[in-house]
Design a protein around this ligand. Structure first.
Ligand SMILES: [Zn+2]
Length: 93
């Protein structure tokens, strides 16, 4: 399910972010929830107003190992999808 979030910019790539998808359930984003930028795959964390900030390295390392691994897997998947889109786009253009 896709949720509208407070329009903001990714702190890393500066792309506009205004929607989010919950990969693990059906609840809307809450402050402290983790996320990944769909453009640059940076790890993010939601603020209380559902805008986002970068998840810094120390915060990432404090997460449970299983959570870190799931985030890395999700980032790898997004990167693979991005490569697929590039190949598909170049093939059909
Ligand atoms: Zn980004």
């Amino acid at each position: 399910m896709c949720y509208t979030i407070k329009s903001c910019r990714c702190p890393k790539c500066n792309k506009e972010l205004n929607r989010a998808t919950n990969a693990t359930g059906n609840s809307s984003p809450q402050g402290g929830d983790l996320s990944i930028c769909g453009y640059c795959t940076s790890f993010l964390v939601f603020r209380e107003d559902t805008s986002v900030e970068l998840l810094d390295r120390d915060e990432f390392l404090k997460l449970p190992k299983e959570t870190r691994e799931r985030m890395i897997d999700a980032r790898d998947l997004l990167n693979q999808l991005s490569l697929f889109k590039q190949v598909k786009t170049s093939h059909f253009n």
